[in-house]
Ligand binder design. Structure first.
Ligand code: NAD
Length: 272
C-alpha cells in the first residue's frame, strides 16, 4: 500500500470554509497534510478545522485563520503562520473567490463590483503566489535527487476563463481569464526553482457560490441544459484534481489549465 500522498507536507487552502476549499481540506487531511485553513469567514474555517479534528482525532494539525485574500498583509500572515507552526510551505491552494450577484454585462456592472471582484479573484491570487514563492524558496534542496524541492501552487480559475457565456458575469469572467494568464507566466518564471503553478478550471458546481447566483429555476435550467453529463459538478470532484496537482504524482505538470468540467468546454451541442 502506498503511503498518504501528502505525508509530511504543509498546505494552505484559502476559502477553506465552503465548497471546493472545504472538500479539499478534508481530502488533504486524509492524505496526511498539515493545514492552514484560511477564510474571510472565520467561523466557517473553524467548522472545517473541527471536522478534521473529530475525524482524525488530532493526528492531523489543521489551524483555522481569518484572512481576506484581497489584503496583502493578511495573506503574508497566513504564510508566516504556516512556516512558524510547521516549518515550511509545500502547497498553496489559492482558491477563495467570489461571483457577485450584481455582476452583469459591460453596460450595467458597477465599478465597485468590478473592483471588488478583481481585488479578491485576481489580486488575492497574486498575493498568495507571491508569498508562497518567498516561503517555498526556503525549502531545502533534495540532495539525493539533486533537485530543488520548491512546491506546488494551484490557483482556482474557472471554465469561464476559457469560453464565453451569453449569461453575463463580466467582472468574474475577466478575473478568471487573468488567473489563467498569471498562472502560466508564473509557471515559466519559477520552473527552474522547482515551484510548479497550475490552474484548476472547475465547471459549474453545486456549491453555494453558484447556487446562490442561480436563484431561480429558470436561471438554473438555462445552464443545466448545456451540461453534457446533465448535472452540475460536486466540490469533491474538484478536490480530487487539486490533490493530484498538489502531490508529487504531478511532478512534471506545470503551467497547465486543469479542466474538471464534465466535458463542457468540449461541447458543441449536448444530448437532449
Ligand atoms: P463557495 O462560495 O462555496 O466558497 C468560497 C469560500 O471563499 C467561502 O468560504 C468564502 O467565505 C471564502 N471567501 C470569499 N471571499 C473571500 C476573501 N476575500 N478572502 C478569503 N476567503 C474568501 O465557492 P466555491 O464554489 O467553493 O468556489 C471556490 C472557487 O472556485 C472560487 O474561486 C470560484 O470562483 C471557483 N469556481 C467555482 C465554480 C462553481 O460553480 N461553484 C465554478 C468555477 C470556479
Amino acid at each position: 500500500m502506498p503511503g498518504p500522498r501528502l505525508a509530511n507536507k504543509v498546505s494552505i487552502i484559502t476559502g477553506a470554509g465552503s465548497g471546493i476549499g472545504l472538500e479539499t481540506s478534508l481530502l488533504f487531511a486524509t492524505e496526511g497534510s498539515s493545514l492552514i485553513l484560511a477564510d474571510i469567514n472565520l467561523e466557517a474555517a473553524e467548522r472545517t478545522a473541527t471536522l478534521i479534528q473529530n475525524k482524525f482525532e488530532g493526528t492531523i494539525k489543521a489551524i483555522a485563520v481569518r484572512c481576506d485574500v484581497s489584503k496583502e498583509d493578511q495573506v503574508e500572515a497566513i504564510v508566516k503562520r504556516a512556516v512558524d507552526e510547521f516549518g515550511r510551505l509545500d502547497v498553496m491552494f489559492n482558491n477563495a473567490g467570489i461571483m457577485h450577484p450584481a455582476d452583469d454585462n459591460a453596460l450595467v456592472t458597477e465599478e465597485k463590483i468590478w473592483d471588488l471582484t478583481q481585488n479578491i479573484n485576481v489580486k488575492g491570487v497574486w498575493y498568495g503566489c507571491k508569498h508562497a514563492i518567498i516561503a517555498m524558496r526556503q525549502n531545502p534542496t533534495d540532495e539525493s535527487k539533486g533537485l530543488r524541492v520548491g512546491g506546488s501552487v494551484i490557483n482556482t480559475a474557472s471554465f469561464v476563463g476559457k469560453m464565453g457565456a451569453a449569461t453575463p458575469q463580466l467582472a468574474y469572467t475577466t478575473s478568471k481569464g487573468a488567473v489563467l494568464a498569471m498562472t502560466r507566466e508564473l509557471a515559466m518564471i519559477h520552473a527552474r526553482e522547482g515551484i510548479r503553478f497550475n490552474s484548476l478550471c472547475p465547471g459549474p458546481l453545486k456549491t453555494p457560490l453558484l447556487m446562490d447566483f442561480l436563484n431561480t429555476p429558470e436561471k438554473l435550467n438555462r445552464r443545466l441544459n448545456h451540461l453534457p453529463m446533465g448535472r452540475f459538478g460536486e466540490a469533491i470532484e474538484q478536490a480530487k484534481a487539486v490533490l493530484f496537482l498538489a502531490s508529487d504524482d504531478s511532478s512534471y505538470v506545470t503551467g497547465h489549465d486543469m479542466l474538471v468540467d464534465g466535458g463542457l468546454t468540449s461541447a458543441y451541442v449536448t444530448a437532449e
